[in-house]
Design a protein around this ligand. Structure first.
Ligand code: AQP
Length: 329
């Protein structure tokens, strides 16, 4: 039997090339090796304020993007988190076995809380929902970007704790491992290389979304900040912005950073940026074409309904196991 993997993306906007490079690109290859489960984590998205209409649209849109990227619904389960009530139910059990101190230490919580005028309790307890997403499917592996490492470590600690407290010598839950991009790529904002690229960034020039039209992509890459050194060179300390563009280039072209640096020796940033823009447009064009067809057609709803049925079956069994072990059923 194949081992299971689980991953999710929040419909808190349209996925960026950061989400794509850091996590989603890998989803497609992994579906052959593992029993893959990919979720649109809409309940995570509401930890910060969302416009309800946009959230609904982005949820559908993200499911379509999964398929447009190459996730095959005949091989993998694609579903929407809120269609499987076990996620919210498990999150409660998990919260009751996590410490506030552990949650307050999460850097993503601190980063996101710093941007909010009023911080929801859900933003703090978000990792409990994420732990639930993973353990409900007995996932052995979780393909995520490197910014999620801390949450994966929390999941692993939780599983040890749960098995120790309630397992009576048995491993009731599977301890998962993260699968991170090979070169550890964290794509940074095009406008500020000290901040990660995020789909919900107020400054739309800071990210490239998978649905940006070619003209927008070209404009955003041309206006990406660089430096006054004027040499395409990889140095994350002194040339962080250019190094970020190099990492994007290397990842999308599957070439080494060294070979790209060599190609643009002595040419300044103009040609390099033009080619990166072209490469990005070429990467997203086929995804966008398939996306448009899916959004206009009737298959999408059937796919996510079928995904939810399959996900519900697996998740409700694990939830029952957890509840029984804790003595509440
Ligand atoms: N900049 C990034 N570089 C590499 N990987 C990234 N990921 C996110 N940003 C980058 C990875 O994408 C997957 C989905 O992320 P998510 O939607 O669950 O949440 P997030 O990490 O909070 O992503 P965003 O784009 O920053 O969303 P918002 O703006 O809503 O906060 C994850 O595997 C993540 O590691």
């Amino acid at each position: 039997m194949k081992q299971r993997i689980f991953s999710g993306v929040q419909p808190s906007g349209t996925p960026t090339i950061g989400n794509y490079i850091g996590a989603m690109k890998g989803f497609v290859d992994l579906q052959d090796k593992y029993e893959a489960i990919y979720c649109v984590v809409n309940q995570h998205a509401i930890t910060v304020p969302q416009n309800p209409k946009e959230l609904k649209h982005n949820t559908k849109s993200l499911a379509a993007l999964y398929i447009a990227m190459g996730i095959d619904p005949d091989k993998s389960i694609i579903f929407v988190q809120s269609d499987v009530p076990a996620h919210a139910q498990a999150a409660w059990l998990i919260q009751c076995n996590l410490g506030i101190g552990e949650l307050e230490r999460m850097t993503q919580y601190k980063d996101k809380a710093a941007k909010q005028e009023s911080i929801s309790a859900g933003l703090l307890t978000y990792p409990a929902l994420m732990v639930g997403d993973i353990v409900l499917y007995d996932a052995a592996y979780v393909p995520v970007g490197d910014d999620q490492k801390q949450h994966i470590e929390l999941t692993r600690d939780f599983v040890d704790r749960f098995n120790y407290r309630f397992g009576q010598g048995k491993d009731l839950l599977v301890k998962p491992e993260g699968i991170y991009p090979k070169n550890g790529t964290r794509v940074m904002s095009l406008q500020d290389p000290t901040r990660k690229m995020s789909k919900s960034d107020d400054n739309v020039r800071s990210f490239i979304s998978l649905l940006d039209p070619p003209k927008t992509i070209i404009k955003k890459i041309k206006s990406a900040v660089t430096d006054s050194i004027g040499e395409v060179h990889y140095d994350v300390e002194k040339q962080s912005a250019v190094s970020n563009l190099l990492e994007i280039y290397a990842s999308l072209s599957q070439r080494s950073i060294d070979s790209i640096v060599e190609e643009y020796q002595g040419q300044g940033y103009g040609a390099f940026k033009n080619d990166l823009a072209e490469l990005t447009v070429e990467t997203v064009a086929p995804i966008q074409e398939r996306y448009e067809k899916l959004m206009a057609g009737n298959d999408l709803q059937d796919i996510v309904t079928d995904g939810a049925t399959k996900a519900n079956k697996i998740a409700s069994e694990t939830l029952a196991r957890m509840e029984s072990a804790m003595g509440i059923h």
